[in-house]
Design a protein around this ligand. Structure first.
Ligand SMILES: Nc1ncnc2c1ncn2[C@@H]1O[C@H](COP(=O)(O)OP(=O)(O)OP(=O)(O)O)[C@@H](O)[C@H]1O
Ligand SMILES: Nc1ccn([C@@H]2O[C@H](COP(=O)(O)O)[C@@H](O)[C@H]2O)c(=O)n1
Length: 223
């Protein structure tokens, strides 16, 4: 049997991957790994180093000095780059606007995927919920549970706009759509791969979505 039990969750921007995965991990006593945080932290590091995110060679060069730190405790979630706590900074629209350029670089993906696999293997809790775009297909294709979490674009935009109150809702929606368009050229997170269970939260509230994901996990555990 695989140890820890891996729950892989993929989906488009704003589908609820991180908030739902974190809540599921809390309920089950599992670890939680937000892989998008690593791409965002690298984008923050690139911006901080005055590197052009479109300059592939310079982005690859910046990996050497990228000291990334993240834990898997769903209750103590903090993200560090060196000594900087970037947990909040990496959520800013200026980082969301450049992260796809950094994430499309194959050397970046190989570097971070190695890191994710090491974090998963080191998990001491009985399971870990890992969320991103390519977890069900590339990072952990053998995961015991594989879920594509989605919701209509309209619903995702309105949830994200509510979360980023104070920011221009139209600009927030446009950025979400542009990010999905750019990211889906690199990995397919819009269609469920073979063996991946689709959870559509368009008509579900937050609690119902958590329950739906836990039902998929329990069903897989009984198999
Ligand atoms: N089923 C739901 N009902 C209502 N709100 C939800 C639901 N699922 C998620 N949300 C809310 O939608 C917003 C987006 O969720 P979240 O940040 O978890 O998405 P994400 O897929 O991780 O996004 P991103 O890929 O952009 O980081 C949050 O405010 C979250 O609380
Ligand atoms: N497995 C992943 C996860 C994320 N990305 C890239 O990071 C960006 C931010 O991710 P969020 O989940 O925090 O929205 C995302 O837009 C992708 O560019 C990825 O490539 N693979």
């Amino acid at each position: 049997m695989q140890h820890p039990l891996v729950v892989a969750v993929d989906g488009p921007a704003g589908s609820g991957k991180s908030s739902v995965s974190k809540a599921v991990a809390r309920r089950l006593g599992y670890g939680f790994l937000d892989t998008g945080a690593a791409y965002r932290a690298l984008a923050w590091h690139v911006a901080q180093s005055d590197v052009d995110p479109e300059d592939t060679a310079a982005v690859i060069g910046s990996l050497d000095a990228f000291e990334y730190g993240i834990g898997t405790d769903p209750d103590g979630y903090r993200v560090h780059v060196g000594e900087h706590d970037v947990t909040e900074a990496i959520r800013e629209p200026r980082i969301s606007g450049i992260v796809s350029a950094v994430a499309r670089v194959p050397e970046v993906r190989a570097h971070l995927i190695g890191l994710f696999r090491a974090i998963i293997a080191a998990e001491a809790r009985p399971g870990i919920v890992v969320e991103g775009r390519d977890i069900t297909t590339v990072v952990a294709p053998d995961a015991r549970v594989r879920i594509l979490l989605t919701a209509s674009e309209e619903v995702r935009m309105s949830r994200r706009a509510a979360e980023l109150a104070g920011h221009d809702a139209a600009a927030t929606g446009a950025q979400l759509r542009a990010r999905d368009q750019a990211d889906s050229k690199v990995v397919d997170f819009l269609n469920a791969a073979d063996g991946v269970t689709l959870v559509d939260s368009t008509e579900l509230d937050f609690g119902q979505t958590i329950d739906a994901v836990i039902s998929v996990i329990r069903a897989a555990d009984e198999r």
